[in-house]
Design a protein around this ligand. Structure first.
Ligand code: 5GP
Ligand code: ZN
Length: 115
C-alpha cells in the first residue's frame, strides 16, 4: 500500500470491511456507498494508482476483463436492462476519490439515474 491514508486502499486490501462482490489477488469489487442505481459497484485495484494514467498496461487490461465478467453476472443476477461502465479522472471530470476505480452501474428501464 503506497498511500496508507487512502480509504480505497484500506477497503481494497480488507483493512476496512465492505460488501464484496468479487475478489482476486489484485482487485476487489464492492458496493458503492452512495449508489446511483441498485447494485452500483466499484472495481478497485489493491495497489494504489491515483487515476487511469498511472495504471500499467497489464493492470489496465485486467480491469476491463473483470468489469466484463463481473458486470455480466450483476446484470443477470439483478435482472438489469442495461449497464454503464464509468471512470472519472481528475476533479473536473468528477473524480472524488483519488484511488483509481471503475464504476459498474446496472441500469433499469426508467431508473432516471442521470449518468
Ligand atoms: P468518483 O466520484 O471518484 O468517480 O467516485 C467515488 C465513488 O466512491 C462515489 O460513487 C462514492 O459514492 C463512493 N464512495 C466514497 N467513499 C466510499 C466508501 O467509503 N465506501 C464505498 N463503498 N464507496 C465510497
Ligand atoms: Zn489507494
Amino acid at each position: 500500500m503506497k498511500d496508507c491514508n487512502c480509504i480505497f486502499c484500506k477497503i481494497a486490501n480488507g483493512e476496512i470491511p465492505s460488501t464484496t462482490l468479487y475478489e482476486d489477488e489484485d482487485f476487489r469489487v464492492i458496493l458503492d456507498l452512495g449508489p446511483a442505481t441498485r447494485g452500483h459497484a466499484l472495481l478497485l485495484p489493491k495497489e494504489h494508482y491515483k487515476n487511469l494514467f498511472e495504471l500499467d498496461d497489464e493492470t489496465a487490461s485486467k480491469v476491463l476483463g473483470i468489469a466484463k465478467k463481473v458486470g455480466a453476472k450483476m446484470v443477470k443476477a439483478l435482472h438489469a436492462d442495461g449497464f454503464n461502465l464509468v471512470q472519472n479522472n481528475g476533479e473536473p471530470a468528477g473524480q472524488t476519490v483519488f484511488h483509481f476505480h471503475m464504476h459498474l452501474i446496472p441500469r433499469y428501464k426508467d431508473d432516471h439515474a442521470g449518468i
